[in-house]
Design a protein around this ligand. Structure first.
Ligand code: MSP
Length: 530
């Protein structure tokens, strides 16, 4: 029976245009989803929009739109963006969807009924940008949000509270007994230390604005946007609806991974499991928390003018190159600093010079020396043997890295195989073999090169979603065999290759000029409307 895999991105606030930082989680999830499909899993990949709350209401007002008109527009923009980046999700959840709203209302009722929620008064500090409550010690004398650095406001209003402290010990016990719950493991310590400081009851409703899900028992209150948003992971499976098949398949009987960035880890590692305990749903998800992509060393923000949108790169280099860059530089263990020059040099070195060149050189030689037909030839050539060892080693490293969510390392593994394969051309000098009429030896070299390209291309499938199809076609590999992980050498393939219509990744010749044009485009994109 197929194993199930459910992977989710955070649902993005419908408050502005999504930049390269926000697209990193979605590209990461899409790549992992594609890999799991290659490995034979039944995958459900979900993303969406977080549309309620004070921040969205405020931004809509500023634009002279109703919150619904505003979020309709942003949800459409997000879908267009994901399509342009080849992010192939199965479901796009919007927290304004009727079925989400109704399920959240029922969940809130259940928590009230259980006695986990009570009515009180909130008197404290709130960051509207992050939709987060803070204590005095967290914001300091200057009253600045510890996450985004903006001024926090004083919130004093009637509010429902959730008894987080009731579940504190159960949560600590859960985290201790489930070592893989928070990945990478280094992030676990900060969560545990936060819990050990003692969890305060959490305000879970707001009554001073309207844009949210009304609470059945007291409709002048709307549900706190984080309680509303976190449940998207379940409402999108219809878990409180009559047909529970998706919930049973992708929650109860599935591997579940929520991918989040570090600033929202606390919500996912503390509030989310506690909410699930409250309504008796098993906590069988794992969290993968990544760091940030910084632009010139700072968190991207429109006001600082250092925001870069995916389109700036995709319109010049295509979606594959952008996806590759994001995952190759993915902020797995520390923040990544993105600059236009890094992008161009990574593009030139890994894609244009190494992979692109390897493919075009090999295909040209196969056409020139063997009229496009290359078959398996027995060989005891040491260089070929060493390449074959490298292939086997790379494939096992790659799977290990993918299983540990280190997609960046997996791409390094493949790059190193690409370099090793290019080296075979220098080691064996096919043009000299041709001159010396050593055709059997030459064919075994070309066969080894083509086999290696086939394996490399299979390993690139989750990332380079368009160019890998072009390469498979040029290798004469049929559609239904393209994604298969049957990488074994000595498979005795018969290759009939054909020329590429155009270079896979045309080399950027003038790097300085490219950088200037990218910066100009960044500035232009900043002037465009949401
Ligand atoms: N709406 C909440 C998530 C609710 S999930 C139940 C939210 N939205 S967000 O739009 O502000 O951020 C979505 C994700 O994008 C977060 O994980 C956030 O950290 C991530 N990123 C935003 N800027 C980023 C970078 N510059 N780099 C990497 N990730 C970044 O939080």
């Amino acid at each position: 029976m197929k194993k199930n895999f459910y992977i989710t991105t955070p649902i993005y606030y419908a408050s502005g245009r999504l930049h390269i930082g926000s697209s990193s989680s979605t590209i990461f999830c899409d790549s992992l989803a594609r890999y799991k499909k290659q490995m034979g899993y039944d995958v459900r990949f979900m993303t969406g929009m977080d549309e309620h709350g004070q921040k969205v209401e405020k931004k809509a007002n500023l634009k002279g739109l109703t919150p619904m008109e505003f979020t309709d527009k942003l949800a459409k923009n997000a879908k267009d963006l994901w399509a342009s980046l080849d992010c192939d999700y199965d479901y796009f959840v919007r927290t304004t969807d009727k079925n989400h709203v109704e399920q959240v209302q029922k969940i809130f009722d259940k928590m009230l009924e259980k006695g986990d929620i009570y009515l009180g008064e909130y008197d404290g500090l709130y960051c509207v940008e992050c939709e987060t409550f803070y204590t005095q010690s967290e914001v300091g004398d200057k009253k600045l949000c510890p996450s985004c650095g903006r001024s926090v406001t004083v919130a004093k209003e009637e509010s429902y509270f959730f008894k987080l402290s009731k579940y504190q010990d159960r949560l600590l016990d859960f985290i201790e007994t489930h070592p893989g719950f928070i990945e990478p493991a280094g992030k676990k310590a900060e969560v545990v230390s936060f819990i050990k400081q003692g969890l305060q009851d959490l305000s879970v409703s707001r009554s001073t604005f309207k844009w949210g899900i009304p609470i059945n028992a007291n409709p002048k209150h709307v549900v706190y946007v984080w309680l509303d948003a976190l449940f998207n992971y379940l409402t999108a499976l219809g878990f409180y609806e009559d047909d529970k098949s998706l919930y049973e398949k992708y929650w109860l009987n599935s591997e579940v991974v929520h991918v989040v960035a570090k600033d929202i880890l606390r919500f996912h590692a503390i509030f989310w499991p506690i909410f699930l305990m409250s309504i008796d749903v098993p906590i069988n998800f794992r969290l993968y928390a990544h760091n940030w992509i910084l632009m010139y060393g700072e968190k991207m923000s429109k006001s600082k003018g250092n925001v870069i949108y995916p389109r700036t790169f995709t319109k010049r280099y295509g979606s594959d190159a952008f996806r590759y860059y994001i995952i190759r530089e993915f902020p797995s263990l520390s923040d990544t600093i993105c600059t236009p020059e890094d992008f161009v040099s990574r593009y030139n070195s890994d894609l244009a010079n190494d992979y692109g060149n390897l493919v075009s050189r090999t295909i040209s030689m196969a056409i020139k020396y063997f009229n496009a037909n290359v078959s398996y030839k027995e060989t005891d050539n040491e260089f070929i043997k060493s390449l074959n060892d490298k292939i086997n080693e790379t494939v096992s490293l790659y799977h290990k890295d993918m299983d540990e969510f280190r997609l960046d390392k997996a791409l390094q593994d493949v790059s190193s195989l690409v370099s090793r394969t290019n080296k075979l051309i220098d080691e064996t000098a096919p043009w000299a073999l041709f001159k010396e009429n050593k055709l059997d030896e030459l064919e075994s070299v070309l066969y080894a090169l083509l086999e290696s390209i086939r394996v490399i291309t299979i390993l690139y499938v989750p990332y380079l979603v368009n160019s890998t199809k072009v390469v498979f076609k040029a290798l004469g590999i049929e559609d239904d065999k393209q994604g298969l992980l049957d990488y074994k050498l000595n498979g005795k393939m018969e290759y009939t290759v054909s020329n590429l219509d155009s270079p896979l990744f045309p080399r950027e010749k003038d790097v300085q000029k490219a950088k200037e044009e990218i910066i100009q485009d960044m500035e232009y994109e900043l002037t465009l409307e949401e």
